[in-house]
Design a protein around this ligand. Structure first.
Ligand SMILES: Cc1ncc(COP(=O)(O)O)c(C=O)c1O
Length: 388
């Protein structure tokens, strides 16, 4: 079957990040069903794809957004204009000015702290604001993340207070307990975390109204058993009926809901290695390819032996700025479009201007199959990053 993006390719000027509106809708429906079946709230962790034009659609389907600080919180407010939209912010430490700015957003703001010291410093001020709620991140000491380098529960981690410290907490300052331990994990691990937290925090859960089970639940992945998550959340609710569970996935919201479209600019053979030079860079546009060793699937690639094999490389000067090895039934030619599937998660927020090559457009393939550019980056954008 032809992929939806195939018929739009001739209209796409590369490189371009392209949201697939229908696929995003499908992901949001999966998440909205979980809300209905469990009473849990689900937030979108903006860091997974800080692309403001999709916030309205996401905010309408979910309960709000999770931000990493003031700027992401402001982006959430600007991107989804509804006063009841919740904005939850977690940061390892805040300045007094940042607390002031978060409170002045006048939204349904939730500020999560990473230490009792900051909680005690800022909690009383926040309590004077009716619209604001307070959270405390706890380190659940459960290492389940798929990539060790993204494990917030690693030994010596700076994320979250240890459970032993909770005996010193002033509970009048805490509405929510927050844990984050997962990264691209399947339902069995989501369930394990939820059950673990129910046991670990048994002695203190009577003090709070909300428990946020963080992100990393890879809910929209084909192998994720949604029923297992729903069961775990409902069991938790049975044990603690006064508590509203919250999930804050980032990747799962945009997983497979967009592409990075590139072009082959050059072909170059080095002693039998056929390099295809693309106008998109792994290092500059999807840094996780290099940082986490991720390989993005490509439309129409094949595993059939004897097919035409290429190493996709980039134009930056970094020697290992390489996408990986790909093969096709027909030989590639200069000008061919390459569609990296699942191109949205953790690419936009991490993309950079290294070597000054053009950044991918931000665009959408809408429900009707029409291609529209939201944002084109020019030399002026590049210059503004580095001008006085
Ligand atoms: C506190 C917190 N919540 C949510 C997320 C989102 O995780 P994911 O995009 O893996 O679902 C992260 C990711 O780093 C996080 O640090």
């Amino acid at each position: 079957m032809q992929h939806r993006i195939s018929s739009a390719l001739s209209a796409i000027q590369t490189p371009a990040f392209v949201v697939d509106e229908l696929r995003l809708k499908h992901n949001l429906q999966t998440l909205a069903d979980i809300k209905t079946r469990t009473g849990a709230k689900i937030l979108f962790a903006i860091k997974g794809c800080p692309l403001m034009p999709i916030f309205q659609q996401i905010g309408d389907a979910l309960d709000g957004f999770t931000a990493s600080g003031v700027y992401e919180a402001r982006l959430a407010k600007d991107g989804h204009k509804k006063s009841e939209t919740e904005i939850h912010t977690f940061c390892p430490a805040y300045s007094a000015q940042e607390i002031h700015e978060l409170l002045s957003l006048q939204n349904n703001i939730h500020i999560y702290f990473n230490s009792l010291e900051q909680l005690n410093q800022f909690g009383p001020t926040i309590r004077n604001h009716k619209h604001a709620k307070i959270g405390l991140r706890v380190n659940p000491a459960l290492s389940l993340a798929k990539f060790a380098k993204y494990d917030p529960c690693r030994a010596g981690s700076h994320f979250g207070v240890s459970v032993s410290e909770l005996s010193k907490a002033d509970w009048s300052l805490i509405d929510t307990l927050h844990v984050h331990a997962l990264c691209e994990n399947m339902a069995e691990e989501s369930a394990r975390l939820i059950t673990h937290v129910g046991e670990l925090l048994k002695g203190v859960l009577q003090h709070v109204k909300t428990v946020n089970f963080g992100g990393g639940h890879f809910i929209t992945h084909d192998d994720y058993k949604v029923d297992v998550l729903v069961h775990a959340l409902n069991e938790f609710k049975k044990a603690y009926p006064h508590i509203t569970p919250v999930l804050e996935p980032g990747a799962a919201v945009v997983y497979d809901a967009g592409y990075l479209v590139a072009s082959v600019l050059g072909l170059q053979n080095n002693e039998g290695t056929q390099n295809a030079v693309l106008d998109a860079s792994a290092n500059a546009h999807v840094p996780d390819v290099m940082k986490a060793g991720i390989r993005l699937s490509v439309l129409n690639e094949t595993e059939i032996p004897g097919s035409h094999a290429y190493t996709f490389v980039s134009r930056t000067c970094m020697a290992r700025d390489v996408w990986g090895d790909y093969a096709f039934e027909k030989p590639l030619a200069v000008g061919d479009k390459i569609v990296f599937l699942d191109g949205l998660q953790y690419s936009l927020g991490e993309a950079n201007w290294f070597n000054g090559h053009p950044r991918p457009d931000l665009a959408v393939l809408n429900a009707a199959g029409e291609y529209r550019i939201w944002r084109h980056f020019s030399y002026t954008d590049f210059k503004h990053n580095y001008s006085g």
